[in-house]
Write a protein that binds this ligand. Structure first.
Ligand code: R5P
Length: 306
């Protein structure tokens, strides 16, 4: 399979361009637009026949729009004769709905995977998937990447004395454990309970944080409620300072203010999704990490998760 190409969807063209540079791949232009009735219209504007094609598209908000345009691009690429289609999805929306939590609910993550498979996606590269359990949702080969190579050096560079790494809920424990081990820092966890579809309350703190500079690590911020609750619990337990690193900034507009009000001094995230620059939010690019993964896949090797 000789020709190699990247197509950026409508969710994050800037990251797609950076990724193409990192991976040394030509970009094939594609248009994503809307018909008057709201339906999505896509068109691949170049030759992808026989190509080893990488479609770059986080399915970030508006999630349904971005998921559908990714599926349509895959279908268009298959119809145009692409030899292999790999979706590179820096943020996978619907990933938090991977299990039925109550009768009458769907398994939305599984459905989103099936949609993309039906559309022609043959391999899936994902960054910081919400849960390892999602593996079973994919029938195609899945290459999950952790953001550790980006996060750990960034946190180390802050040079915080008496560092502690904190998981803001039990679901984030494994990630926080990895960071704590890499940074040789003690680990704490805040237990949390959901009080609504988009609301949670912090319950208890396990681990000693008094006098420590705490870094909360999480996969994403949406409403900011989880991180704010954890920050309050840490401050209440005598933490010297509270900072946060999260991978996906799928933030509601008020999330940053909420986090500042909860006493989070430093907020660092990545460019896995597109958002307008916001004062007080540092951003590290994941383009080198994803570019390396594409290069490995091109060479026939599987990218290592972390
Ligand atoms: C939850 O399990 C996730 O890891 C995040 O902690 C959560 O989804 C963040 O959402 P929010 O910012 O709305 O609390």
């Amino acid at each position: 399979m000789s020709s190699f190409a990247i197509i950026g969807g409508d969710a994050h063209p800037q990251l797609a361009r950076r990724l193409a540079q990192e991976a040394g791949a030509p970009m094939v232009p594609a248009t994503v637009a809307r018909f008057a009735d709201g339906e999505t219209r896509v068109r691949i504007e170049g030759d992808v026949s026989g190509a080893d094609l990488y479609l770059v598209q986080p399915t970030s908000p508006p999630v349904n729009e971005h998921l559908m345009s990714l599926a349509l691009l895959a279908d268009a690429a298959r119809a145009a004769g692409a030899a292999r289609i790999t979706a590179v999805v820096p943020y996978f929306g619907y990933a938090r709905q991977d299990a039925r939590k109550a009768p009458g609910e769907p398994r939305s993550a599984q459905l989103a995977c099936r949609l993309l498979e039906c559309a022609g996606v043959q391999r899936f590269v994902a960054l910081e998937l919400h849960s390892p359990a999602l593996d079973s949702a994919f029938h195609m080969p899945l290459h999950p990447l952790d953001a550790d190579p980006v996060a750990v050096p960034a946190i180390r560079a802050w040079g915080l004395e008496a560092l502690a790494i904190v998981a803001p809920d039990a679901g984030g424990l494994k990630r926080a454990q990895r960071y704590a081990a890499a940074l040789r820092a003690p680990l704490s966890v805040v237990t949390k309970t959901r009080t609504g579809a988009d609301a949670s309350a912090a319950l208890a703190l396990l681990g000693e944080v008094r006098g420590r500079n705490c870094v909360i690590v999480d996969d994403l911020v949406s409403t900011g409620g989880t991180l704010a609750g954890a920050a309050k619990a840490l401050r209440g337990a005598g933490a010297a300072s509270v900072h946060a690193f999260f991978v996906h900034a799928v933030m509601a507009p008020e999330a940053l203010e909420r986090l500042a009000a909860a006493g989070v001094q430093r907020l660092v995230t990545t460019d896995s999704v597109a958002f307008a620059p916001r004062a007080g939010l540092e951003v590290i690019s994941v383009a080198p990490l994803l570019g390396e993964a594409i290069k490995k896949l091109r060479s026939g090797a599987a990218p290592s998760p972390s």
